[in-house]
Design a protein around this ligand. Sequence first.
Ligand code: GLU
Length: 506
Amino acid sequence: MPDKRVRVRFAPSPTGGLHLGGVRTALFNYLFAKKHNGDFVLRIEDTDQNRYVEGAETYIIDCLNWCGIAPSESPVTPGAFAPYRQSERKSLYRQYAEKLVMEGHAYYAFDTTEELERNRKEIPNFQYGHAYRDTLRNSMSLPQHEVDALLAAHEPHVIRIKMPADETITFNDMIRGQVSFETNLVDDKVLLKADGMPTYHLAVVVDDYLMKISHAFRGEEWLPSAPIHLLLWKYLGWAADMPQWAHLPLILKPDGHGKLSKRDGARLGFPVYAMKWFDAKTGELTPGFRELGFLPEAFINFLAILGWNDGTEQEIFTLEELADKFSIERISKAGAKFDFEKAKWVNAEWIKKDSGEKLKDQVKEVLADKGVKVIDDDYLITVIELVKDRCVLLSDFYQQAGYFFESPAVYDLNAVKPKWTDVKTNFFKSFITMLSSVETLNAAELENTFKAMAEEQGLKPGDIMLPFRIMLVGGKFGPHVFDIAVLIGKDETITRIEKALVAFNQ
Ligand code: GLU
């Protein structure tokens, strides 16, 4: 029999911003699909209308696009298995739930919310399952004629799976190996709600089957649902087509204690979302990695090595390399601690690795946000090449490159003024005269002349190098100061020295 075509899916619920863990799940699915020349499907699991958040679907799609891991099939780029939003597939699910009822694997339950509430209050550890099912209002406990009457009267009801008693259910997880569950510990989950919408459990199984999903990779938090899904695959007669599963380990708080949450980000000062998320309900705007100045290549690189490695020491990977080297089996079973410093290091490595040409549009955006206008792209590229090794985040380009486009608005006067003397003023005046007389600037020659002139005037070059830097840059940073002078040019260097001398002598 030929191997089944690889088809994987990322199946988020549109309930808010896309958390790091969600993007990593999407990424691992994408990489696996690429590696095996398969399809990467985005399916929107929006059956829980109470948790639905306006704008979340578009946001998820934008995030995947920004990360460079766009799905091959999605609600906006539908393929042969449309629709890709579960709410639009609503009419499809009932028949499967009814089939399960007919065959004795599920049943109608007529209990009202109040009745269930009362049971939960009165019975410690109440579970709608084999222990209590016979005492509740459902088609397992009521006589058939009563059930028929209730159904004929359109009495509101749900359909629940009938979990078998005393069974052990086992499956083979691609990361965890053999995993077992005791059915007695799992309750009779609702499959179809009173409004006819399926729950996640039914919809995920039906859609994975109908969409011919070959591998289902999802977060570890879904592991407790696996026994219900396994039984549904079996009861619906599809066991032979069941996808291979892998439950991806959690991303943990930096100290390793528990799952990384949105609140941890706010508390510890780093983003947990890929891109900024605006919650229309609360009016809250949460910034993401993109806004902080992460390159998408770095962001996905960092996510990939959070709990996965290729068996070597390599840590910087392109998306193509990742797709080539990726294997589910090399994902570690243990949760991966989030390390923001490491994330920044990966970003810095990517900024170093990328060319000025590749970075120019993103840097232009950073500068434009601060009101710095770039006219000449070639000049910008040269500047980027000169300063990129000093940038950890894209936003650092404002500090590291902004002064190549406009003279500093403020000076670090504390670094200059206490040791400022007339001798130094005179030195820079004669330096201006010298500059005016040369045709073109050359960094090495300029440095030699600067040093020679300093010594002639009884100054140590080291004592005036820092003031010169502050004149051109505004602060104690930046590449070699003579390189800066050459790049901004003779006239601009003179203007900046003159302007700074006024400030230094005030
Ligand atoms: N809708 C689930 C989620 O929000 C999908 C879980 C799965 O992949 O089975 O993550």
